[in-house]
Design a binder for this molecule. Sequence first.
Ligand code: ADP
Ligand code: SF4
Ligand code: MG
Length: 395
Amino acid sequence: MLQAGMKMCGAPPVKARRVSGYPRHNRNFGLTSRICRVKDGAWCSSAEREVMLEPAPLLEIDDLRVYFKTDEGVARAVDGVGLRVDSGRCLGVVGESGCGKSVMGLSILGLVPAPPGFVAGGAVRFRGRDLLSLPNREMRRVRGREIAMVFQEPMTSLNPVLNIGDQIVEAVLAHQRRLRRREAWEMACEALASVGMASPEIRMASYPHHLSGGMKQRVMIAMALVARPALLIADEPTTALDVTIQAQILELLERLRAEMGLGVMLITHDLAVVAENTDDVVVMYAGKLAECAPTSRLFDNPVHPYTRGLLASIPPLDGSPGRLEAIPGMVPRPHEFPSGCRFKNRCRWAEAICDEEPVLAPIEEGHLVACHLVARPALTRRDAGQNRPCDTGAI
Ligand SMILES: Nc1ncnc2c1ncn2[C@@H]1O[C@H](COP(=O)(O)OP(=O)(O)O)[C@@H](O)[C@H]1O
Ligand code: SF4
Ligand SMILES: [Mg+2]
């Protein structure tokens, strides 16, 4: 799934470490497994490397930086993010509002408004192709046909004066121009049926205001998937929905992912959604990655103070009583990020070393954290017993 500040391992020699008996969550997990594999501490031969390396990822983001020029200065909304999504797997991207999740998602499809936005550096590769350098015409072909996006608010994404059928047919014909309208209509009906819409033929004649929020989101998903893309970016797809409908939409995404082998990037501020629906997760804070891990591991062993703060602020699933904690303060605005660790103004464990910027470093296979307290063992073992982020048994 992920990385940060690390180079992908396209060119030999690749240092490799054999990983055996790895649980499901880590089977295809990320860059760490791709770049760190060391076979008995030695370089491996190219043949061995071929066997040991996982298939090429669907999407790779490497050190991506997306900034905005504003009157108040340059806003570094996404500032050095690296991650990976594989076919058939779901990567959760989680963080508070304003952390850069949507800008990161939009920049994959070249949808960041420019100006004021611009890509200041990094790479976005889809099936090995660099999306950032694609001409507009080719990028339009990628959108929808290979990578689709579903947004938070379906009402603003649907055209209120066209019926549902016409809107889905338009999406079908945009990608398959040789189809006759009748065939496109049938495909649209099938797409509606596949997202669990009852009586799809009747629904085709409905207008958006006839539909509930959940139905509208199903229509958006049907439109997104009608061209059978390989990757779906779902940006807060359930935030505007009540919990029952939210569960139905997430189940639908899970089913479509299994049936179509779809890679999914699920952007959300909701850790409960991440826990239930993703294989791997990256925690974003102030335009950077704070922590990345297979989902089960992140929840079993959250290490970064920000991740721990997020988890402490949601009610426990077992219903045990106790006061919920809030992370003090707010995410800084992107042109006002503090130097050093961007979380330091809100972190109860901050100390002098935190004026230096922490790097995202592995603490165990597939689990990376950007925090000085976990990256420096001497520091972490001092003050043991005060329930600091490092006192988790992870290191
Ligand atoms: N068009 C824009 N102009 C200036 N700043 C923007 C623009 N779009 C987003 N930003 C800023 O980028 C930061 C990240 O935004 P966003 O990705 O939407 O956050 P999230 O999705 O995590 O809530 C925010 O501080 C936001 O103000
Ligand atoms: S680097 Fe320092 S300020 Fe940042 S999260 Fe770690 S302890 Fe807190
Ligand atoms: Mg957002």
